[in-house]
Design a protein around this ligand. Structure first.
Ligand SMILES: Nc1ncnc2c1ncn2[C@@H]1O[C@H](COP(=O)(O)OP(=O)(O)OP(=O)(O)O)[C@@H](O)[C@H]1O
Length: 362
């Protein structure tokens, strides 16, 4: 099979038409391609079983390729006929099943990749890493004396210590409590940015992906559905799958119309301007995406809807509202607007970019 020439030989990672299968089973990753820029943090996001971890394992050198090619730092690391051993790829990994060395202390685990460093530099770097992952005072403990979350932080320190050009992280913060998770993900992002390191992260958590990533690869059934900045992915989903999977929202029915030469979409809440992201031609029935922040509560609005569910989130309520059409929409409302279930409240739309897909489109 012929592969396209490298688009950017200086890219820290190029994944070209990657195809991976376990044993004789059907491939779980199919012809998947992406390229990472220097100092870019990418996140693979997608439903369980879509192949995120498999991509990361292939890049790390833990699973063979059925087809395609992986190039790390301009050097071919994997092809169907060749595989550099994981430890020679110059890649730092934080995987859940990539255990710490049980016979080494926390400090020695972190120092593992620094064997060739000058002793004083090594000690300084280990101290820096211990501080980064919040494990000062635990340097002499052994892995079995740590909680799962603490072990994960040691693994993070171990991966980052040798300052690799590329770091791979599989759910690196999943065992941590929310506060630590937020602090650490912000700090790790800063460290990666400051040190010029590129990273690929796998997570289930969209908020973590939004907070950490420059670019998100949304995966679906072994392929990348959309490769985009978090903001773009949320506001400009290019497929129905992306619109559905990323962020909260519902689809309501709409009819595309031509009104005085302008393409508009009529939905139960009124007429919308059909911009470039609203697929569909006049006369076509479409599903229109409405995010909770598109539906505003406004006492002065002529249109009302009934509260059917409410979720208190502290600063705001997430209301589920039933329109007269019978359709339900979500609305994010500041929490001093405390309305009872069954009450009718005024609503209006504020949609910047209408996202719509013809009914029945995949
Ligand atoms: N060692 C294995 N042998 C056989 N099949 C496997 C193996 N590891 C993963 N799979 C299968 O490959 C597919 C992709 O798995 P993978 O772990 O890459 O998905 P994922 O997107 O990371 O999922 P999750 O978010 O649940 O961790 C799944 O259908 C899974 O059952």
């Amino acid at each position: 099979m012929s592969l396209s020439p490298l688009a950017d030989a200086g890219a820290p990672l190029q994944v070209q038409r990657l195809t991976v299968a376990y044993g004789l089973n059907a491939p779980v990753v199919r012809e998947l391609s992406f390229e990472l820029r220097v100092n870019e943090i990418a996140c693979l996001l997608g439903p369980s079983g879509c192949g995120k971890t498999t991509v990361l394992r292939a890049v790390a050198g833990f699973v063979p390729l059925l087809d395609g090619r992986i190039v790390v730092g301009g050097r071919e690391a994997s092809s169907p006929t060749h595989a550099e051993p994981p430890e020679r790829r110059g890649v730092g990994v934080v995987f859940q099943d990539y255990a710490l060395f049980p016979h080494l202390s926390v400090a020695d685990n972190i120092a593992f990749g620094l064997r060739r460093w000058d002793a004083r530099e090594r000690e300084r770097r280990v101290g820096e890493m211990l501080q980064l992952v919040g494990l000062q005072g635990m340097a002499r403990r052994y892995p079995h004396e740590l909680s799962g979350g603490q072990q994960q932080r040691v693994a993070l320190g171990r991966a980052l210590a040798p300052q690799p050009a590329l770091v791979l992280m599989d759910e690196p913060f999943s065992n941590l409590d929310v506060d630590l998770r937020e602090r650490l993900s912000g700090e790790v992002r800063e460290i990666l940015k400051a040190s010029g390191t590129s990273a690929v992260l796998v997570t289930h958590d969209q908020h973590e992906a939004f907070a950490m990533a420059d670019v998100i690869g949304l995966m679906h059934e072994g392929r990348i559905d959309q490769w985009d900045a978090p903001y773009q992915l949320y506001h400009y989903p290019s497929s129905r799958f992306a619109a559905d999977f990323v962020g909260a929202g519902v689809f309501v029915r709409g009819l595309v119309r031509d009104i005085a030469g302008e393409r508009r979409i009529s939905i139960a809440l009124g007429d919308l301007d059909a911009g470039a992201l609203a697929h569909g031609t006049p006369g076509q029935v479409v599903d229109v995406l409405l995010r909770p922040d598109d539906v505003l509560h406004d006492d002065a609005a002529p249109m009302t809807a009934a509260v059917v569910r409410k979720l208190f989130r502290g600063a705001e309520f997430l209301y589920t509202l039933r329109l007269d059409s019978g359709e339900e929409v979500l609305s994010l409302v500041p929490s001093h607007h405390n309305h009872a279930i069954g009450e009718r409240i005024g609503v209006r739309l504020e949609v910047d970019q209408v996202v719509a897909f013809p009914v029945g489109a995949g």
